[in-house]
Design a protein around this ligand. Structure first.
Ligand SMILES: [Zn+2]
Ligand SMILES: [Zn+2]
Length: 250
């Protein structure tokens, strides 16, 4: 029975987190109306929302990786100039967050109090569990199937912005295995397309972009660029094109 609970809640939690990531990324992190965002900045309740949108939608998308998808700063002078601008513009706490999250390339654990909302809410299911075995199954399903989007944003995303060989050489063992898998390659390719088309491909936790009609496969030109900058290798393109991954055709 506990196994059945794990399978059922695992599927539910995976799908729910993928949907949350896709929606949250589109409507909070990449939100466009700047006037509304400016209001959030000074709101007691919404300053975290403003900072999340600034950190990802502005800092990561537009103030870093400016000329090269696989290089955060052209040189040290560019990084120093950005730090000077940020320290004048952000509160001291936000500035510390920006630096520790690598200028929007990763995230801080503090930000998981709102972007991790489904993971915390899933724990309410524990009250509906008929016994301790089923409760353990729900807790394990939450830990393993609901959390990937947060772990991917914090630990995997920086390697998606690196040439494949360099990422494989630098990444710690579990991340390296993920980066080599078809799932990791799909994330890599999908995220490259997201930076060129910020209205699509919101998921790293792959799934919900398809039913939300936000999935764009790379064009021939984009495949050529990814191959040229070493983001992928020809064999990766063949692996992804061999068959769809969770409905995503390449
Ligand atoms: Zn984005
Ligand atoms: Zn990115």
């Amino acid at each position: 029975m506990a196994l059945l609970y794990f399978a059922a809640f695992g599927i539910l939690f995976y799908a729910q987190s993928s949907l949350w990531e896709s929606v949250f990324h589109e409507y909070v992190l990449d939100v466009r109306p700047r006037g509304r965002l400016a209001g959030f900045r000074h709101s007691r309740w919404l300053s975290d929302v403003w900072y999340g949108a600034f950190s990802h939608g502005t800092l990561h998308h537009y103030l870093t990786f400016r000329n090269d998808y696989a290089r955060q700063f052209a040189d040290e002078a560019e990084r120093t100039a950005l730090m000077a601008r940020l320290s004048a513009f952000l509160t001291p706490a936000q500035f510390r967050d920006a630096v520790s999250a690598q200028y929007g390339n990763s995230l801080t654990w503090a930000s998981t109090r709102y972007c991790g909302l489904p993971i915390w809410l899933n724990l309410l299911w524990l009250f509906a569990a008929p016994g301790p075995g089923e409760a353990a199954a729900i807790a394990i399903a939450d830990l393993t199937c609901a959390t990937p989007y947060l772990l991917f944003s914090k630990y995997v995303h920086p390697y998606l912005h690196e040439a494949y060989d360099s990422a494989i050489a630098r990444a710690p063992s579990p991340v390296r295995h993920l980066l080599r898998s078809r799932y990791g390659l799909a994330m890599r390719v999908s995220h490259f397309v997201h930076h060129r088309h910020p209205t699509h491909n919101f998921n790293l936790h792959i799934g919900a972009d398809i039913p939300r009609r936000r999935w764009l496969p790379p064009t021939d030109e984009e495949w050529t660029i990814m191959l040229r900058i070493g983001l992928i290798k020809p064999i990766h393109r063949a692996r992804l094109r061999a068959r769809p991954l969770l409905g995503h055709g390449f």
